[in-house]
Design a protein around this ligand. Structure first.
Ligand code: NAD
Ligand code: ZN
Length: 351
C-alpha cells in the first residue's frame, strides 16, 4: 500500500463490515467489471499518515471512511440542501485515485484497483481526505463502523428527509439493514405507528426491536398494498420510506401516502431499466415524492454528529450488529449476506 499523495490519507482499518453493494460489485452483474479490486466501504480506522496539503487530519485521528465524499468547495457542498459533491460523489467505475489517476495498491508491481474510494477490506487503505470523517476518539470503532454506510442512509432518510411529525404514521418498505435504520429514525423522530412492509415475513420479529409496531406482507393480500395501508390508516400513511430497490415497491410507497400532506422517500437503488409510473393526479392531490442519497448527510460535516447521537444513547447501533468474524474468515460474512441472515457482520482486522 503506497504512501498517501497530496490531499490523501493512509488509514489503518480496524473494523469493517459487509454491505450489499460490495456483494453486488463482487458478483460484477451488469456493471463494468474491474479486477483485481479491493472491496469494502463500511469501516472504522485510525489515520496512519497524511499526504501533502492535508490539514484537517493527523496521524492517530479516529475516522470513518465514506463511499461518497465532501470537498466542501463545490456548489453542492456549499448548498445546505445537497450532499451530492461534484468532486467526490460516488463513482463505482473509478478504480484509481482522483489526484493522479493511479492506484495505491499493488502486488508484484501490478496495480490492484480501489472501490468507491474506500477499499476497506485491507489492513491499510489510502483515501482522498474528503472521503474521511473524523469522529470522537472515544467512540468504539467496532460499533460505530456500521454508521459509515447503510445505517446512516436509512436513519437520515427518516430524520433528514421524511421528517415524520410527532405522533405520525410511517410505512417502511423493506426491512433489511437500511429499512430497519429508517424505522429507528422514524421512532427517534417520534412517529407513533411504524408499519413494516416486506415480502419476507421472517424479517418482522426482528423489526420490532427497531420500532416497527405493525406489519404488512403484500403476499397475504389480494388487494394492492397501497389499499391495504389506506384502510389501516384512515386514508394513507403520513410518511413512507422505500428501502427495497424494487420499482413496484417504490410506486406502492408513493401511492400509499395520504393526500394533502403525505411524503414518500425513495432510498433503494432500482434496476437500470426500471421505470416509475403513477398517475399525475397522485401529485396534484398534494402528495410529495423525494429521493435521497446517503440519507442527505454530508459525510464530513454530519457523520461525526451521528456518532455523537450514539454516544448520547439516542441511537442504538449494537442491535444492528448480529455477527462478528476475524478478517481471515471474511467469506463467512459473504455467506451470511447471501443467505439473508442477520443484519451486520463485523470483520475484525486484527484478530
Ligand atoms: P436488503 O436486501 O437487506 O433488504 C431489502 C428488503 O426488501 C428485504 O427484506 C426484501 O425482502 C424486501 N423487499 C424486496 N422487494 C420487496 C417488495 N417488492 N416489497 C416489500 N419488500 C420487498 O437491502 P438493504 O441493504 O437494506 O438495502 C436496501 C436498498 O437500499 C437497496 O436497494 C440498496 O441498494 C439501497 N441503498 C441505497 C443507498 C442510498 O444512498 N440511496 C445507500 C445504501 C443502500
Ligand atoms: Zn463538493
Amino acid at each position: 500500500v503506497a504512501p498517501p499523495q497530496a490531499m490523501e490519507v493512509r488509514v489503518k482499518i480496524l473494523f469493517t463490515s459487509l454491505c450489499h453493494t460490495d456483494v453486488y460489485f463482487w458478483e460484477a452483474k451488469g456493471q463494468t467489471p474491474m479486477f483485481p479490486r479491493i472491496f469494502g466501504h463500511e469501516a472504522g480506522g485510525i489515520v496512519e499518515s497524511v499526504g501533502e496539503g492535508v490539514t484537517e487530519l493527523a496521524p492517530g485521528d479516529h475516522v470513518l471512511p465514506v463511499f461518497t465524499g465532501e470537498c466542501k468547495e463545490c456548489p453542492h457542498c456549499k448548498s445546505a440542501e445537497s450532499n451530492m459533491c461534484d468532486l467526490l460523489r460516488i463513482n463505482t467505475d473509478r478504480g484509481v485515485m482522483i489526484g493522479d489517476g493511479k492506484s495505491r495498491f499493488s502486488i508484484d508491481g501490478k496495480p490492484i484497483y480501489h472501490f468507491v474510494g474506500t477499499s476497506t477490506f485491507s489492513e491499510y487503505t489510502v483515501m482522498h481526505v474528503g472521503c474521511v470523517a473524523k469522529i470522537n476518539p472515544e467512540a468504539p470503532l467496532d460499533k460505530v463502523c456500521v454508521l459509515s454506510c447503510g445505517i446512516s442512509t436509512g436513519l437520515g432518510a427518516s430524520i433528514n428527509v421524511a421528517k415524520p411529525p410527532k405522533g405520525s404514521t410511517v410505512a417502511i418498505f423493506g426491512l433489511g439493514a437500511v429499512g430497519l435504520a429508517a424505522a429507528e429514525g422514524a421512532r427517534i423522530a417520534g412517529a407513533s405507528r411504524i408499519i413494516g412492509v416486506d415480502l419476507n415475513a421472517s424479517r418482522f420479529e426482528e423489526a420490532r426491536k427497531f420500532g416497527c409496531t405493525e406489519f404488512v406482507n403484500p403476499k397475504d393480500h389480494t388487494k394492492p398494498v397501497q389499499q391495504v395501508l389506506a384502510e389501516m390508516t384512515n386514508g394513507g400513511v403520513d410518511r413512507s420510506v422505500e428501502c427495497t430497490g424494487n420499482v413496484n415497491a417504490m410506486i406502492q410507497a408513493f401511492e400509499c401516502v395520504h393526500d394533502g400532506w403525505g411524503v414518500a422517500v425513495l432510498v433503494g437503488v432500482p434496476h437500470k431499466d426500471a421505470e416509475f409510473k403513477t398517475h399525475p393526479m397522485n401529485f396534484l392531490n398534494e402528495r410529495t415524492l423525494k429521493g435521497t442519497f446517503f440519507g442527505n448527510f454530508k459525510p464530513r460535516t454530519d457523520l461525526p454528529n451521528v456518532v455523537e447521537m450514539y454516544m448520547r444513547k439516542e441511537l442504538e447501533v449494537e442491535k444492528f450488529i448480529t455477527h462478528s468474524v476475524p478478517f481471515s474468515e471474511i467469506n463467512k460474512a459473504f455467506d451470511l449476506m447471501a443467505k439473508g441472515e442477520g443484519i451486520r457482520c463485523i470483520i475484525r482486522m486484527e484478530n
